[in-house]
Design a protein around this ligand. Sequence first.
Ligand SMILES: NC(=O)c1ccc[n+]([C@@H]2O[C@H](COP(=O)([O-])OP(=O)(O)OC[C@H]3O[C@@H](n4cnc5c(N)ncnc54)[C@H](O)[C@@H]3O)[C@@H](O)[C@H]2O)c1
Length: 275
Amino acid sequence: MAAPTLRLSSRLALVTGGGSGIGRAVCQRFAKDGASVAVVDIDEGAATETLRSLSSDQQQHSVFITDVTSSKSVHKLVADIQMQFSRPPCVAVNCAGITVDGLLLKMQEEAFDQVLKVNLKGTFLVTQTVAKALVASGAKKGSIINVGSIVGKVGNVGQANYTASKAGVVALTKSSAKELARFGIRCNTILPGFIDTPMVAKVPQKVLDTVRSGRRLFLLGIGRQQLHHGSQSGSDRRAFHVTFKQSTGSRENKWPELAAPGHLDGIWLVDPAAH
Ligand SMILES: NC(=O)c1ccc[n+]([C@@H]2O[C@H](COP(=O)([O-])OP(=O)(O)OC[C@H]3O[C@@H](n4cnc5c(N)ncnc54)[C@H](O)[C@@H]3O)[C@@H](O)[C@H]2O)c1
């Protein structure tokens, strides 16, 4: 009997921030589901470690060292991917992100600029460059998934810069969705709650407690989505998939924003296979 076709077979996925935390888990899940993965990160050691952890059947994975804040670096990234894989990625996940926390009254201008540059400008550059490549290649469809944050919706003490950047990611994604729908490119934002990664290790306990106490807010926005929970065991335990049932077969981006429910240790993905 022929082996079953994996959900993401023949897909090429680019994942920024692929060297750590959520980005690494996304790379691993995509690889397991049959996609070829371009692991993109500014940290070569971390990205290589992710690469080593990826399962592979027929597919090919590769590391691309990129600074998402630099247009030159992002253009080179997409050109290099096209050179290596002979096509642009049809799935792009913007996961690279940083925090430089501090109270508003004390926040340095550099801390504001730095966070906006990685989280918002980086998402813009990758979205624009991948979309241009997809349109130029005549690809019929694509999926861009941006990682926002629930705190971009509700605010958070000590994170004026970070929350502003994540609110910006939502608006950027909504506008991108409206513009790119006619090219068959869907754009969605995921708004995770706190997930235990190296990024969160830096957040003071007091701040974590404040956000967790607002847990009900994490349930915003899931009403009409069909949720698929992934395996509950092993390294897969925290990986969940969210299928945008409404967008299946549709060129419209009806649900460009999704708040992850209150599983503080869950990872929620828009299903890149749902076209
Ligand atoms: N962990 C959480 O609780 C949480 C909650 C909501 C949203 N998020 C968002 O999820 C995304 C991933 O977060 P994480 O917790 O996995 O963080 P992480 O720190 O574990 O990983 C972030 C990755 O981004 C990379 N990166 C940083 N700057 C970069 C740059 N200029 N160019 C390329 N890569 C760069 C880092 O090297 C790192 O590998 C971020 O956008 C974050 O804001 C995280």
